[in-house]
Ligand binder design. Structure first.
Ligand code: BGC
Length: 376
């Protein structure tokens, strides 16, 4: 892998130097309103050439707000840096994502940036990238069981979960209470390597309170496999919570805490509560600061979300792309946490931030992430 990477770096460095002074051409891959359909661009042979240095960006779906932002930020920043961009969304369908990546390779992408739908199912496409010496950066989600991935850039996924757990501890002052609080967990997609990190991060903070009886999981569902939500789907999280509410909380017992790993699942839980629950409204956690959830935060229907500024991640990845192509040392800050089954993948972990009704102005509005109008 090292040898292959070196030859890639050299090719990249040569390519980059070819374009110094003349500027790589840019081409807009405008997906706005274009749905998730695969889009193939024939831009010459692998290894770049006359049309410039091209970066393939494979995103999972347009259904969730965050990936639209990630894609748009990546495209904007890559184009500003002079790259040609092939941005694709795959409707959360792994086969589509595989063909999109293969098309990117065939159409001459020099680097691939991939946010995997299914961590372990991109084998064929990864083999092809490796064969053609095309470096792959795993974007936000690690790609498992392949040695084709050169780098990983994400937010600190364990910290995201820990921040959610710690928020519960602090808000309910769990260290100084005689009360027992009820809690239910809702985690993410088992095919997404991040989902376990989020859940384990939160659980590691809350476990001692479950053990000493300060927290009670009435459903008994405490394992990741019990609480996972396929495809992070709002509807799936909603129907699971509806079942939990009717089975364990219909007798008037309050549900105090819904520890949700992200905003799409939190939204499902919030919908279930709105339809089926009359007790005291629970503290609900989330992640991503999606618009709907931020609005709910302002209406006291969600207590917090973990903000992961997709602009920061995009800038970091664009920096890493440049470093790879220029044969420079690539900026990583973690070389121990993320083993993809084939060894540790050098990673850059960005910092997540807790966002609440109290600090959303500073975090989301002053930073230009949203306008107040977006949240109306
Ligand atoms: C991301 C989260 C996102 C989830 C669902 C995860 O891999 O890290 O930010 O909420 O996928 O799309």
């Amino acid at each position: 892998m090292k040898k292959k990477l070196l030859s890639v770096l050299l090719t990249g460095a040569m390519l980059a130097s070819m374009f110094v002074g003349c500027g790589a051409s840019t081409e807009t891959t405008d997906n706005a309103g274009g749905g998730d359909a695969a889009k193939t661009e024939d831009s010459g042979s692998a290894g770049g050439g006359a049309k410039g240095t091209k970066v393939g960006v494979a995103m999972p779906t347009k259904d969730l707000q965050r990936w639209n932002q990630d894609g748009a930020n990546m495209q904007k920043e890559l184009e500003a840096a002079g790259y040609e961009v092939d941005l694709q969304y795959a409707s959360n369908d792994t086969q589509t994502q595989i063909s999109q990546i293969e098309n990117m390779i065939n159409s001459g992408c020099n680097v691939l940036v991939v946010a995997a739908i299914e961590a372990s199912s991109l084998g064929e496409a990864m083999d092809m990238a490796k064969e053609k010496n095309i470096p792959v950066i795993a974007y936000d989600r690690l790609i498992m069981n392949t040695d084709a991935v050169s780098y990983y850039a994400t937010f600190d996924n364990t910290k995201v979960g820990e921040a959610q757990g710690q928020f519960v501890v602090d808000q309910l002052d769990l260290d100084n209470t005689d009360k027992t609080f009820t809690i239910e967990f809702t985690a993410g997609d088992p095919g997404d390597n991040n989902a376990g990190f989020f859940f384990n991060g939160a659980y590691s903070v809350l476990e001692k309170y479950i053990k000493d009886g300060t927290l009670e999981v009435k459903s008994g569902q405490k394992e990741f496999s019990d609480v996972a939500t396929a495809a992070w789907a709002t509807e799936t999280a909603q129907s699971r919570m509806e079942n939990i509410l009717s089975t364990y909380y219909a007798d008037g017992t309050d549900l105090d805490i819904c520890l949700c790993s992200n905003d799409s699942t939190a939204l499902g839980v919030e919908n279930a509560l709105a339809a089926n629950y009359k007790g005291k409204y629970p503290l609900i956690t989330g992640q991503d600061c999606d618009i709907e959830n931020t609005k709910n935060m302002l209406k006291d229907k969600q207590a917090m979300s973990v903000f992961k500024d997709t602009r920061t991640l995009a800038s970091q990845v664009v920096k890493m792309v440049g470093q790879i192509l220029n044969g420079e040392k690539v900026d990583v800050n973690d070389e121990k946490t993320y083993d993809n089954g084939n060894g540790i993948v050098p990673s850059f972990l960005c910092e997540p931030e807790v966002c609440t009704k109290e600090n959303y102005k500073k975090i989301l509005i002053d930073s230009g992430y949203y306008t107040e109008d977006d949240l109306k």
